[in-house]
Design a protein around this ligand. Structure first.
Ligand code: COA
Length: 169
């Protein structure tokens, strides 16, 4: 690809435009209709838990985490995760996920939920949410609703609707 090395760093406000363009190229206008988008709408993602990947000065990937609750329990919603097509299949997506999960864990977060493909996210510790344990504010294929425990047992006894965490700072 390139001899420039990859850098992963926390998202900053100035990254907004480049990330928005990446999302537009990857997901198109249909992204606004996704159920996960409803949880992010009007609710800021956490910049300190969201990461960008750069090759040189070029932003080639992004992952975002947004505070939510599952029932009354605090959790984070992972997504969107996006890597520019020419830079895919080099481990960048997985590095972004792992960095954001590590940072979330270090900051005391316990649970991360997402809508995505289990064969991909399973490599980073995500598991299928057992049927009926959590619901999303719109249609979601139950086979794509996944959760990762950052602390062992954190999902035990947790259930309810996934909703924005309006109290999170
Ligand atoms: C999904 C995405 C972020 C992966 O980024 P990446 O940097 O290519 O990922 P990695 O290099 O860490 O992993 C690549 C591996 O995962 C596999 N993979 C990628 N997407 C997958 C999926 N949806 N389901 C199963 N496996 C998948 C690749 O085939 C590759 O397998 P290999 O290691 O056996 O060759 C990237 O393909 C992308 O931006 N896709 C479009 C947006 C998207 O779908 N985002 C996720 C929303 S749920």
């Amino acid at each position: 690809m390139t001899d420039l090395s990859l850098t992963i760093r926390a998202e900053i406000a100035d990254d907004e435009l480049a990330i928005e363009r990446l999302h537009e190229r990857t997901f198109g206008p249909g992204r606004y209709a996704k159920t996960a988008y409803r949880l992010r709408e009007g609710r800021d993602h956490s910049l300190e838990l969201s990461f960008t990947a750069r090759v040189g000065t070029l932003l080639v990937g992004s992952v975002r985490l947004t505070p939510v609750r599952i029932g009354e329990t605090k959790a984070l919603l992972l997504g969107p995760l996006t890597v520019e097509p020419p830079f895919r299949d080099r481990g960048i997506g997985q590095v972004l996920i792992e960095r954001s999960l590590a940072e979330a864990k270090a900051k005391g977060h316990r649970l991360v939920v997402l809508v995505g493909d289990e064969p991909y996210y399973g490599k980073s510790g995500f598991k299928l949410v057992p049927k009926g344990r959590a619901s999303m504010p719109g249609p979601v294929d139950p086979a794509r609703l996944l959760v990762a425990e950052l602390v062992e047992g954190a999902f035990t006894d947790v259930s309810g609707p996934v909703r924005p965490d309006w109290d999170a700072i």
